[in-house]
Design a protein around this ligand. Structure first.
Ligand code: CTP
Length: 404
């Protein structure tokens, strides 16, 4: 066994226990985590309390166990717990809890902590083989994977039903091994600070109207997730996107206008190793914002617009040795020529081109087709792929060119 583990010393771990016979293994797991020097806080679902007692776990973790949703202490702390932790580990995760997590359900404290957690989340499923093999279980686990959650493998052996098969929760020592790997394995971008912009900006005309665009933010969000998985410390500066999915471990700064995005980005840039500008920033903004709603009057209305500051260009011009700046170009004609011009004009290291003429590329779509242009003249074309696969291609190209 690998229990006395320096990698776990001082690590803050929230252990979530759900209603499964494997809860008895969580007792051993908590004991070993504490022995390894981790700080452990336990949350139990009401069903978990039918299998093991909160008293056992509070004794072993040396901390109060949280279980009831509306206890004064639990309720006010549920957001803080997921921020306090370096990792939330749900072990055992029953089929029911997995389904609720995938659906964003929030009917107990464990789910409330899960939904509000900003730390990474690992899940150790436990269930009978037939439940494990059911397509809905795998659809739910796939969905949790896309949210950035880590799914630990299940074991094979005797099951609570008396049958023999797959679905046993991983053994405590296997989970400890996994945690050791998780906390010690450096990714190629470990410790690198990355700034990603995403989404549109809204430029106000009057208190009720704005100039915006159709950017969904999906590409920037997929990039932030891909970078996080490579060990980077990621900050996402997001314009008004419809929905930010679960971005465990990614710092999010919400902005509305191009000017706000500029201020936020330039404040972060001096500490940034890699900046990836995936946002569709407005190029022009109204010269004046009307204090009151503009009333209908004459047949025509003219708005005077002024240029916004080009954030990518400002970064390209001020970057120091070692900083990498990546821009996007969405074009409809003379794509290659425009991409190369942007590379020069904005002093970017890479430009990711996508053309609206390519089927599968563009705003709001789940797929994209890109070519990456580098300053040294090299080009890297890719096929149409999902935005998360495209994000991986971009991140892998950055690693290959600058961090291999
Ligand atoms: N960009 C930026 N700040 C702006 C405008 C654009 O950082 N104010 C960034 C985008 O995030 C993107 C890249 O610049 O990475 C390309 O933006 P685009 O608007 O296409 O480029 P322009 O130079 O404005 O060219 P044009 O609109 O004429 O195509």
């Amino acid at each position: 066994m690998v229990f006395l583990n320096p990698m776990l010393k001082g690590k803050k771990i929230v252990v979530g226990i759900t209603g499964s016979i494997a809860a008895y293994k969580a007792v051993l797991l908590v004991r070993e985590l504490v022995k390894a020097g981790a700080e452990v806080k336990v949350i139990m679902t009401p069903a978990a309390c039918d299998f093991v007692t909160p008293l056992t776990l509070s004794t072993l973790s040396q901390q109060p166990v949280l279980s009831r949703m509306f206890d004064e202490q639990s309720w006010s702390n549920h957001v803080m717990l997921g921020r306090w932790a370096d990792l939330m580990l749900i072990a055992p995760a029953s089929c029911n809890t997995i389904a609720k997590m995938a659906g964003g359900n929030c009917d107990n404290l464990l789910l409330a902590v899960y939904l509000s957690a900003t730390c990474p989340v690992a899940i150790a499923p436990a269930m009978d083989e037939d439940m494990w093999l059911h397509p809905s279980t795998h659809a739910n686990l796939d969905r949790l994977t896309t949210y950035g959650n880590h799914i630990l493998p299940v074991g094979k052996g005797a099951l609570a039903s008396g049958l023999h098969g797959e679905g046993r929760m991983a053994e405590p020592e296997q989970i400890i091994d996994w945690l050791q790997g998780y906390f010690s394995l450096p990714g190629p971008l470990t410790g690198k600070k990355v700034l990603v912009t995403a989404g549109p900006t809204y430029e106000p005309i009057d208190p009720v109207r704005f100039i915006g665009n159709h950017s969904s933010g999906k590409m920037g969000i997929a990039l932030a997730e891909a970078l996080l998985k490579k060990g980077a410390v990621v900050t996402l500066v997001a314009g008004p996107v419809a929905a930010l999915p679960e971005l465990k471990g990614i710092a999010i700064r919400k902005v509305t206008t191009a000017a706000e995005m500029y201020t936020e980005c330039m404040a972060l840039f001096p500490e940034t190793d890699i900046a990836i500008m995936a946002a569709a920033v407005a190029d022009y903004t109204p010269e004046h914002i009307a204090a009151e709603k503009i009333k209908k009057g004459a047949e025509g209305l003219t708005l005077n617009l002024k240029k916004t500051t080009d954030i990518l260009k400002a970064m390209g011009e001020s970057k120091t040795a070692g900083q990498i700046v990546v821009g996007f170009a969405l074009e409809t004609t003379a794509e290659e020529q425009h991409a190369k011009e942007k590379l020069e004009k904005k002093k970017a290291d890479l430009i990711v081109l996508n053309s609206l003429r390519d089927a599968g590329a563009g705003f709001g779509k789940d797929t994209n087709k890109i070519t990456i242009y580098a300053r040294d003249g090299r080009q890297y074309p890719f096929e149409v792929k999902s935005k998360s696969a495209v994000a991986n291609d971009i991140v892998e190209t950055i690693i290959r060119l600058y961090y291999a």
